[in-house]
Design a protein around this ligand. Structure first.
Ligand code: HMG
Length: 387
């Protein structure tokens, strides 16, 4: 049975920060951010947005009444959870108007869990081919003001429908997961910002990519020439380059130049949004599919990495008409509004975070369809602004 990604949609916040302006405010050479790290802009999160509102906004773009009827399961992958017990998926299910006979669950393993969600979804569809699974990767990447990780922050959600006879990517059977207990990046329960051993994390990422790709080669007999492109988890766009170059080395042949070109296409959106944690690989895939030089039937590799750490290398074959089943990311990014460094810092400090008191936010300037209106009696209040 052919099972894979049938539809994809992306949502981010309406505000963004120019990283040249951030570099100047931090007394850093802007080239370090734009060339050394490979980021131009990053999403700025107002207090009225969180992983529930962003996840619902992404999913709403791909749903139609007919598609909603077939959804049996909603998986929300996130490491920015808003509750230690209740799944974000239950809030999102209500905001989207999905029926009550839908299984709803939240998954976590740093930036990796959306990939686990997709693999689990394949199993559900294989057992019940008439069912579809909605997987939403939604996160807010937060490191703290004036930290080395600050330039790699970001926010947004990618929603994906997993079904039989998919319209975008038919996922192939061989997939290589790989995990080890490693402290490269983590966030204790009492912290709103991640702790990270940054340089170490980049080395572990590269090691996991090599481990999974080498095993994939052993299992399938395929090599780089069998790929039209490889999409990477992009915590910052330079990381994808480091990953790819770790395999290409000095190669300058046709395969190497093709993969380098396609990598550039996959980095375009992440450059403007920043790290989406769980959603990053899938925004990279959307960027590749919307900007790359691809043909129906092409094989695409996907490298998923989540700190802690877990990686997975898997592949899919591009389907006829794939361009027609994704939301228009370029259009969404063009609509955003630039904020100053001072405004970004103010918004950064005004998040609900761990606050326990009642609060009401002003949502008048937030154009997204779902907003976090505030908190009352320890309960988050979500509003549907428009459908
Ligand atoms: P840093 O110490 O500020 O930067 O931290 P640096 O000094 O290493 O410089 C970065 C690059 O800029 C270097 O290039 C410099 O040479 C270059 P590289 O050697 O890496 O190719 N550079 C310049 N280039 C041009 N002009 C200049 C200039 N100056 C310097 N003037 C670091 C960088 C990434 C470590 C930091 O931002 C960080 O800690 N980020 C967060 C952690 C992270 O993203 N890790 C990635 C792998 S782990 C992962 O992907 C999982 C994750 O998504 C979380 C999850 O799973 O949930 C993070």
């Amino acid at each position: 049975m052919r099972i894979g990604i049938d539809r994809m949609a992306f949502a981010t916040t309406n505000d963004y920060l120019d990283l040249v302006e951030l570099a100047k405010a931090r007394n850093v050479d802007p080239n370090k951010y734009t060339i050394g790290i490979g980021q131009d802009q990053q999403a700025v999160v107002p207090p009225t947005q969180d992983i529930v509102t962003l996840g619902a906004a992404a999913a709403q773009k791909l749903l139609t009444p007919a598609l909603m009827k077939n959804i049996s399961t909603l998986i929300v992958a996130t490491e920015s959870g808003i509750d230690n017990s209740k799944a974000a998926a239950i809030y999102i299910k209500r905001l989207l108007g999905l029926n009550d006979f839908v299984r709803t669950v939240e998954m976590k393993e740093a930036c990796y869990s959306a990939t686990a969600g997709i693999q689990f979804a394949r199993g559900i569809v294989a057992l019940n081919p008439q069912e579809t699974v909605l997987v939403i990767a939604s996160d807010i990447a937060r490191y703290g003001l004036d930290t080395p990780g600050e330039v790699t922050q970001g926010a947004g959600a990618v929603a994906m429908l997993i079904s039989q006879n998919p319209h975008i990517l038919n996922l192939e059977d061989t997939t290589v997961p790989y995990s080890k207990d490693i402290m490269d990046f983590w966030r204790p329960l009492y912290a709103t910002e991640a702790l990270v051993d940054g340089k170490y994390s980049t080395n572990v990422y590269i090691d996991f990519f090599k481990q999974t790709f080498t095993r994939y080669q052993q299992l399938t007999g395929r090599d780089l020439a069998d790929f039209a492109a490889i999409a990477f988890h992009l915590p910052f766009t330079k990381m994808g380059k480091k990953g790819l170059e770790s395999l290409l080395g000095e190669r300058k042949d046709e395969v190497a130049s093709r993969l380098r070109q396609q990598l550039k296409a996959s980095q375009i959106y992440s450059r403007k949004v920043g790290n989406l944690y769980t959603g990053s690989l899938y925004l990279s895939l959307m960027s590749l599919l919307q900007n790359g030089n691809l043909n129906v039937g092409d094989r695409i590799g996907l490298f998923s990495y989540g700190s802690g750490a877990e990686g997975e290398f898997y592949t899919g074959i591009l389907e006829e008409g794939y361009q027609n089943y994704m939301s228009n990311v370029e259009m969404d990014l063009a609509r955003r509004h630039k904020v100053s460094v001072a405004k970004y810092e103010q918004l950064f400090n005004n998040q609900l975070g761990m606050k326990s008191e009642d609060v009401e936010f002003d949502d008048r300037n937030d154009p997204l369809p779902f907003v976090l209106k505030g908190q009352k009696n320890h309960q988050r209040i979500y509003l549907i602004k428009k459908n």
